[in-house]
Design a protein around this ligand. Structure first.
Ligand SMILES: *Cc1c(COP(=O)(O)O)cnc(C)c1O
Length: 404
């Protein structure tokens, strides 16, 4: 069916028939290529959100597209009741690229976070010797780890949490960026500390230098697992394969998702060594679609693009340039520019009237960005962006940041 509807008509359909659990910009996208997307009215935009870093490789990357098409024509789903000829290769390639001995694939990021929590709890009972059902997991204020009941239990954002209890016991919250607070919160029952290396949804919050290294050391000294949620920061976004590598940290469990799919098809995973991931016994955990051959083929291609096109290095170089340019930009509204690689947040002053109107201003000039936490504009284009495109965007951003 060719729907000859305009933006307004699509928006009306969506508002009438769909749940209102998002408040998107009123741009209806029908096509994407690389860093660009096109709307139904024929306008072109630079995508500065990358689907929350799920399209690091750019929209419709040709190599990932052909992997998807080839695999879709051969075999898509077996369930894990049988083996398939893509998953073992994904396991091996993930291990070679990340340096972890094993992985466990899921679909959404939230499912992978749940998987990490289950593994940490099992480890606490079976290895550390925590009394049954007493395991505690320490998380940080301002976190975002997904939307399941257990995960919103430890959200500190009332909007994400307050109407959805009763909640899951076993979580402790400490301030983000304060390693001492973690050390104080550790008890004999602590199974794990789970953190984002940079809080993306929290407003691109970069912790103090040395924080991750200190947390990793505290965890090690106290026989506590360190779980890094790299669903948004991982796979090149911050200028290294994983953001924890900026501080030479190798967490016990790393959670990935988003760009593992290249934006094509949901794939997530947890990464760990055999001493940990080997704890799961047959039947203890699973997912009908997790590890399916279509997702595995897509993830293999998405990883190959990251490596072949040196996207981490690109993010490092171009992110440094983009952030410097933004930091030097005169504007009466900007309070701070921060980030790492191509994960950049521009925090506006409280009196600027919120980030939303600036995002709408950017939209009017062909740039799609999304406000996060009211006062922060996130700039996180696909990592395949080039300097010329950044140079094209800068004057537009400058004008918008100087709106009255
Ligand atoms: C997006 C995100 C998640 C959740 O991923 P979903 O695929 O939406 O479930 C978890 N953690 C972080 C850090 C994220 O950015």
């Amino acid at each position: 069916m060719v729907a000859n509807l305009n933006t307004q008509q699509f928006v009306e359909l969506e508002e009438k028939y769909g749940a209102h659990n998002y408040r998107p910009l009123d741009v209806v996208i029908e096509r994407g290529e690389g860093v660009w997307v096109h709307d139904v009215d024929g306008n072109r935009y630079l995508d500065c959100l990358s689907a929350y870093s799920a399209v690091n490789q750019g929209h419709i990357h040709p190599a990932i597209l052909s992997a998807l098409q080839e695999q879709a024509a051969k075999l898509t789903l077996t369930s894990r009741a049988f083996r398939n000829d893509q998953l073992p290769l994904l396991y091996k390639e993930l291990s070679e690229i990340t340096g972890y001995g094993m992985s466990l694939p899921m679909n959404s990021g939230a499912e992978a976070v749940e998987t990490a929590i289950k593994l940490a709890r099992k480890w606490a009972y079976r290895v550390k010797g925590v009394p049954r059902y007493q395991a505690e997991i320490i998380t940080a204020a301002g976190n975002f780890h997904g939307r399941t009941i257990s995960i919103v239990t430890f959200s500190t954002e009332p909007l994400y949490r307050d109407d959805f209890g009763p909640f899951t016991p076993g979580f402790v919250t400490v301030p983000y960026g304060d390693a001492g607070a973690i050390e104080k919160a550790i008890t004999p029952n602590t199974a794990a500390v789970m953190l984002e290396p940079i809080q993306g949804e929290g407003g691109v919050i970069v912790p103090p230098d040395g924080y991750l290294a200190r947390v990793a050391e505290i965890c090690k000294r106290n026989a506590v697992l360190f779980i890094a949620d790299e669903i948004q920061t991982g796979l090149g976004r911050t200028g290294k394969l994983f953001a924890c590598q900026h501080e030479g940290v190798r967490p016990d469990i790393t959670v990935i998702g988003k760009a593992l799919s290249g934006g094509f098809y949901p794939v997530s995973a947890i990464l760990a060594d055999e001493a940990l991931l080997g704890l799961f016994q047959p039947g203890e955990h699973g997912s009908t679609f997790g590890g399916n051959p279509l997702g595995a083929a897509v993830a293999r291609a998405a990883l190959k693009v990251l490596v072949d096109e040196k996207l981490s290095e690109r993010a490092d170089e171009l992110g440094t340039y983009f952030m410097e340019q933004l930091a030097e930009m005169p504007s009466p509204h900007v309070k701070e520019v921060r980030g790492k690689g191509l994960l950049i947040g521009v925090e506006l002053k409280p009196e600027a009237g919120g980030a939303r109107r600036f995002c709408e201003g950017l939209q009017g000039r062909g740039i799609l960005a999304k406000e996060t936490h009211d006062h922060v504009i996130r700039f996180a284009p696909p990592l395949v962006i080039d300097r010329e495109t950044i140079d094209w965007a800068l004057p537009h951003i400058r004008e918008v940041l100087n709106m009255p």
